[in-house]
Design a binder for this molecule. Structure first.
Ligand SMILES: [Zn+2]
Length: 462
């Protein structure tokens, strides 16, 4: 029998884990952690309903932590196979996994120190050692190369845009002599974004698993260049600080690129950019290394005029220089992680800058339900950080044009060449209302048979 089980990103955005099983093989597509509200995060601690030791391999679509972050835990549960990803994804994932392991260790020790835990002792989900073990198991597969995993399963990556190295994956199965193809969208990027290349449309397939992060929404037609031009010019005039919580992977590089392009075009003065995230600093190096995978030319990525590491960009690796930024006076930009404000160095910047009416906080992307980022984006005037109330006097501005996810129109455009219709479409990776909206669009416009799987639901494919 051929089946697919949805162990994550079903009715929600995070925790992507889809298990494809044939009679004698089992492959997990993505292995992400659940993020956001507590009721989702505790799922990371659940006893697995699958046998990790029975999984032959994991195929990773891209390096975001909600797609790779559960790998070390899977090993703890007994997984002993190989992990596949594109070369750039492996380098980015290594950074993200180590960072996540460190954050979890820090968070656990903070909770223990401050006695915030409900348990006897807070434990991290996994350790740095676990993360290192996993990184060694990652095996690079380039785009557009068919790879035979077992007698029953082969796969091929194709570019999905989104972030550096991100892929969609087409899986071919042979089960009891019957052939099938399942196409996993991964996270689909945008058309015409400033940094990442456009996504490549899927070819025909029997089954489609399609993300729906923005299944019911359209991105505003807002040019991020003009928005940052205004914001930076105002900050320079008022000598104020712009605080940008940004994902270390991709978003930090994208914003740095936009601001330095504006400086080069003389639309803004050369404002200092402080990147306060060791992870973002390492990621920037990888972005420079794989320049052929995105839109920046080599000439813009080297030397003094580098748009990502130019003269006005200051990197803060150690904790003391991070803390010193608390006294920084504007005009300046501070960029720090995590992007959804769920942990990391951004937290002390929020405590320090949110009560300051002269500061502008930028919401630079999708904020999952329950995160501090979502609360700020929704205009809440007080947020709790480490159980302490922090009043929000800073101006909060959403810059929407930066999203790494296509909206539903872009998703429909991406699916346009897909003909004939898949036998069935599984709509995943979206809050329920977004998945329902996406399924509605596909039914109305294409008359496709759509289904929104439930968490841990196993579906047999004919
Ligand atoms: Zn992603």
């Amino acid at each position: 029998l051929l089946s697919i089980t949805f162990f994550g990103a079903a009715g929600t955005v995070t925790g992507s884990k889809y298990l494809v099983e044939t009679d004698n093989s089992a492959v997990l597509v993505d292995c992400g952690i659940f993020q956001g509200p507590r009721e989702l995060r505790i799922l990371n601690w659940d006893r697995p309903v699958y046998k990790a030791s029975k999984i032959d391999a994991v195929i990773i679509t891209h390096a975001h932590i909600d797609h790779v972050g559960f790998l070390p835990r899977l090993f703890r549960q007994g997984f002993d196979g190989r992990i596949y990803a594109t070369p750039a994804t492996i380098e980015l994932a290594a950074i993200s996994l180590l960072d996540t392991a460190h954050l979890q260790a820090e968070d656990a020790s903070y909770r223990n120190r401050k006695k915030l835990t409900r348990h006897k002792e807070a434990e991290p989900l996994y350790t740095v050692h676990d993360a290192e073990t996993v990184i060694k198991r990652m095996f690079p597969i380039p785009f557009d190369k068919r790879f035979e995993l077992t007698d029953e399963i082969a796969f091929r990556y194709q570019p999905a845009g989104h972030i550096l190295g991100a892929a969609s994956v087409k899986i071919e199965t042979v089960n009891a002599g019957k052939e099938n193809t399942i196409f996993f969208s991964g996270d689909v990027g945008r058309y015409g974004s400033s940094l990442v290349k456009d996504p490549v449309s899927p070819e025909s397939c029997d089954y489609l698993v399609c993300e729906s992060t923005y299944g019911g929404r359209l991105h505003e037609v807002e040019n991020p260049y003009s928005v940052f031009e205004d914001l930076v010019n105002t900050a320079v005039e008022e000598k104020s600080v712009i605080l940008i919580p940004a994902f270390a992977v991709s978003r930090t590089q994208q914003i740095t690129y936009i601001i330095n392009s504006l400086v080069r075009q003389k639309r803004i003065p050369p404002i200092p950019i402080h990147i306060d995230s060791p992870m973002a600093i390492s990621v920037t190096d990888i972005y420079c290394k794989y320049h052929d995978l995105h839109k920046i030319g080599l000439e813009d990525l080297t030397g003094e005029t580098c748009l990502l590491e130019g003269r006005n960009v200051f990197m803060h690796k150690d904790r003391n220089s991070s803390k010193a930024l608390n006294k920084l006076k504007g005009p300046a930009i501070i960029m720090s992680a995590s992007g959804m404000m769920t942990g990391g160095r951004i937290m002390h910047h929020l405590i320090n800058r949110l009560p300051d009416p002269s500061c502008t906080l930028i919401i630079s992307g999708f904020m999952a339900q329950g995160t501090i980022g979502r609360k700020l984006a929704d205009g809440e005037k007080e947020v709790f950080i480490h159980k302490q109330p922090v009043s929000v006097k800073a101006k909060v501005k959403s810059v929407l044009g930066l999203s790494a996810h296509g909206d539903f129109q872009e998703l429909l455009h991406w699916l346009e060449p897909l003909n004939p219709a898949p036998k069935r479409v599984f709509v995943t990776h979206g809050e329920l209302s977004q998945s329902e909206a996406m399924a509605g669009h596909l039914k109305n416009e294409r008359n496709w048979d759509c289904y929104i799987p439930k968490l841990n639901e196993k579906i047999e494919l004919e």
